[in-house]
Design a protein. Structure first.
Length: 324
């Protein structure tokens, strides 16, 4: 890889505008055989999404991925979403008991439209075997596999049958993988995304490290089809994290899926907990994201997301501090 950079080091270069209004810019994206309003998905974490939010997002045309931390509720969740005519998008791990669960879904003809294999170190035989198992039992299901950090990993998971791969090891706001292990894409997530996207023949989902709405446009520029976002979705009225009052201010908790708060024990901890200022309604953030992305598209001189791939960029180290 030639150059290392991250989100704050990049600026996209505007091209001549072709729209009369930003409202003409289309932020929709297709993943598999489904079209969504935004190329953004809330992280499949317990303080970011619950069944109610999943239902709201699906009903309103947004992509969602339900987390895997209440495994016994997943079959009923799929049934419930299908009864409402909505897509079912769940997560699985790779431990032994996930194999009969997938078999059960096949036997009961409960076919989720999307399954995400949600593992810290996705470049592994455990993930490859799970992809193959899902593809054998549920061939119509779109399988997202991750997380990975290298072109080799993307190729291996695609070869195993993954329909999309998720890139990002350790760049998340509540991640401590870099500190605990010395590994990951923290600090160079955007360059890792570019590196992986160049090797990919299927969609890439950028995961972690999104701090501003502009980072969504930058992710698309460097090859992402979809962007997974945790911290920017934490702290809303609807967010499942506990609400906490401190010094007269309202906060909500946001913790890592590999934190002791999630695991209930201090074993292989690679995540932490933080408090996020209360932000109001989730829909307000989704609307602002859409408007900002429409604006990005207009600066790119187009009227849809494809324009973001075509612009040029410059690397300006620490440019986030200029003009803010
Ligand atoms: N995107 C990211 O950067 C990261 C995300 N996470 C999130 O934390 C959650 C827990 O992740 P994870 O621990 O993978 O899930 P699990 O706790 O479900 O572990 C899955 C399986 O993989 C094994 N495993 C986990 N890490 C490794 C590793 N580094 N090398 C070899 N085997 C491993 C585990 O065994 P054993 O525990 O015995 O090793 C277990 O059998 C997930 O939701 C994940 O997305 C966690 C860290 C980084
Ligand atoms: N290293 C860890 N990464 C984690 C953990 N829990 C979740 N995650 C990853 O973070 C992103 C969200 O990142 P953000 O910057 O948008 O907040 C999430 O999608 C996971 O991939 C964890 O405990 N450790």
């Amino acid at each position: 890889m030639e150059t290392i950079f991250d989100y704050e080091d990049i600026q996209l270069i505007p091209r001549k505008c072709i729209v009369q209004s930003r409202s003409e810019c289309d932020t929709s994206v297709t993943l598999g055989s489904h079209k969504f309003k935004l190329p953004v998905v809330p992280a499949n974490m317990q303080t970011i999404i619950d069944e109610e939010i999943a239902y709201y997002l699906a009903e309103n045309g947004y992509f969602y991925i339900m987390h895997r931390f209440q495994p016994e509720q997943r079959a009923d969740f799929i049934k419930g979403m299908h009864e409402r005519g909505l897509i079912a998008s769940i997560s699985v791990g790779v431990k032994e008991d996930e194999y009969p669960f997938i078999q059960q879904l096949a036997d009961e003809e409960l076919i989720p439209e999307f399954i995400t294999i949600d593992i810290a170190h996705g470049h592994s035989n455990a993930v490859i075997q799970m992809i193959q198992h899902i593809k054998k039992q549920l061939p119509q299901t779109f399988v997202i596999a991750g997380n990975v950090a290298t072109p080799d990993a993307v190729r291996d998971l695609e070869d195993a049958g993954a329909d999309a791969t998720k890139v990002g090891v350790g760049p998340g706001k509540v991640c401590i993988t870099k500190i605990k292990t010395g590994f990951g894409t923290a600090g160079w997530q955007l360059a890792a995304l570019k590196w992986c996207a160049e090797a990919a023949s299927k969609p890439i989902i950028a995961d972690g490290g999104i701090r501003t709405h502009g980072d969504i446009a930058k992710s698309i520029h460097f090859g992402a089809s979809m962007i997974m976002v945790g911290s920017l979705f934490a702290g809303h009225e609807e967010s499942p994290g506990r609400t906490i009052m401190q010094n007269g201010k309202l906060y909500k908790e946001y913790f890592g899926s590999a934190s002791e708060f999630q695991k209930g024990e201090k074993k292989n901890v690679e995540g932490k907990r933080m408090l996020v200022e209360h932000k109001g309604q989730l829909q307000d953030t989704l609307t602002e994201m859409e408007q900002d992305l429409q604006s990005s598209i207009s600066y790119a001189g187009g009227n849809n997301l494809a324009a973001l791939r075509e612009v040029e960029h410059v690397i300006v180290k620490n440019s986030i501090f200029n003009g803010d």
